[in-house]
Ligand binder design. Structure first.
Ligand code: PLP
Length: 415
């Protein structure tokens, strides 16, 4: 579970990742020679492989499954184009993302998210040939009705909130509101309500997906027959953590105190995640029991992180070496838009002086803030000015959160 303490990380998994990166060392160094640094290094072949693996794994347990890549997890247009080209649908959460998805050529798009504006709803209605609107509230149902002019009805679903308390209450309506929502939608001939959606984040195992499907099963048991015949999809959102699990500096997932001299920068922690096949097996089983026993709905999913996490690396150059254990890189963490590496651990790998051993070294960016941290250790023989460093598996919730702050943003290259 997300909140359980992390365990010490098995050294083999880390060594395996460093070896995998070093096998491709010349590819990354050639990218730096051609494009300079800092760089976002995208690997479309990895995107295609992840898309295939995800879809095939779920199709094996639920034929006809619909997979919609969550654009917010990495919103580079080429990522959306690559995944649409690989046959995935796209999940968008704003008018901007919707335009990007249309331009990427996605044949099927789901548009979810709270507070859709009139112009966003109008765009979705205008592109009803490809878009399903996942409505967030009764008010939004009415606003969509106003945005639909003539023509065929707009296909819609309704988002159900996974937690009615606190901040997650901003998403969707309570499960218990489904019957009322169906009745309200029936009054609008321009809207065909054909399914429902929920989403939970940060799942290391399928417990949340299962609990929501069971809850939906109980709600469906009380729904009228006409609704059960009309339902075409149940979209269970994303939130699938990649199998390597979550890598952290501290067992509680907290921020490192760099003044704590007792902390060993070479000790890392992880919370393991189950393989995607385990998610699929369990979800498929519960979907059959709770949903397919009552409707002919198609299972839909919105993975983001699981698909794009391994498909982008960050490449930096050492600009200054102030001590053997203190270097400054040419890029700052505005490239990822948040202070990720104060809590999350990822290896910093020296491509120029490669080696499997890890040594303590504060690897800091060049922004005028002490929170501009890439890591507290480095893999390699040593570290000198001009060396190229790679931080692997930075594809999710980094590029989309980048911010223009002090230093220029990295360039993006596609291998
Ligand atoms: C509605 C919705 N679907 C899918 C996702 C993708 O989640 P993840 O990247 O964890 O798979 C998100 C992420 O916040 C989301 O809000």
């Amino acid at each position: 579970m997300k909140d359980s303490p992390a365990a010490p990380m098995p050294p083999e998994s880390l060594r395996g990742l460093v070896k995998d990166v070093l096998v491709r060392r010349n590819v990354y160094l050639s990218a730096a020679a051609a494009a300079g640094s800092p760089l976002y290094v995208f690997e479309p072949e990895v995107l295609r492989r992840r898309a295939r693996e995800f879809r095939e794994t779920f199709a094996a347990v639920s034929p006809g499954v619909g997979v919609f890549y969550a654009v917010k997890s990495n919103n580079h247009p080429e990522v959306a184009r690559t995944l649409a080209g690989a046959g995935l649908g796209l999940d968008v959460s704003s008018g901007e993302e919707l335009k990007l998805a249309l331009e990427a050529g996605a044949e099927e798009i789901v548009f979810s998210g709270p507070g859709k504006t009139e112009s966003e709803l109008s765009l979705a209605a205008a592109r009803r040939d490809r878009v399903t609107v996942l409505l967030d509230s009764f008010g939004e149902l009415e606003r969509l009705h106003r945005a639909v002019s003539s023509g065929p009805p707009v296909r819609a679903g309704v988002r159900l909130t996974t937690d009615e308390r606190a901040l997650w209450a901003k998403f969707g309506i309570p499960f218990s509101g489904l019957a009322g929502f169906w009745k309200a939608a029936e009054a609008y001939p321009g809207i065909r309500l054909r399914g429902c959606q929920f989403h939970s984040s940060w799942n290391l195992e399928p417990g949340n997906h299962v609990a929501c499907l069971e809850k939906l099963g109980r709600v469906l048991a009380g729904m009228e027959g006409r609704f059960l015949e009309a339902v075409e999809f149940v979209d269970i959102g994303g939130g699938f953590w990649p199998e390597e699990g979550e890598w952290l500096h501290r067992p509680d997932g907290g921020r490192v105190n760099p003044d704590n001299r007792d902390r060993d920068p070479l000790v890392h922690f992880h919370r393991p995640a189950v393989p995607i096949a385990v998610f699929a097996e369990r979800i498929g089983e519960v979907f059959r029991k709770e949903i397919l026993s009552r409707t002919a709905a198609r299972l839909c999913l919105e993975p983001g992180r699981w698909i794009c996490h391994p498909a982008m690396q960050i490449l930096l150059r050492v600009e200054d070496r102030k001590a053997p254990d203190l270097v400054i890189t040419d890029g700052g963490t505005n490239a990822v838009g948040w202070e990720r590496y104060e809590t999350d651990y990822f290896p910093v790998i020296n491509l120029t002086r490669p080696g499997l051993s890890e040594f303590p070294c504060r690897v800091l960016g060049s922004l005028c803030t002490p929170h501009d941290v890439w890591g507290y250790s480095c893999h390699g023989r040593e570290i000198l000015p001009g060396d190229f460093l790679l931080i692997p598996r930075q594809g999710a919730y980094t590029y989309s959160l980048r911010q223009q702050f002090i230093k220029p943003l990295p360039r993006a290259v596609f291998l």
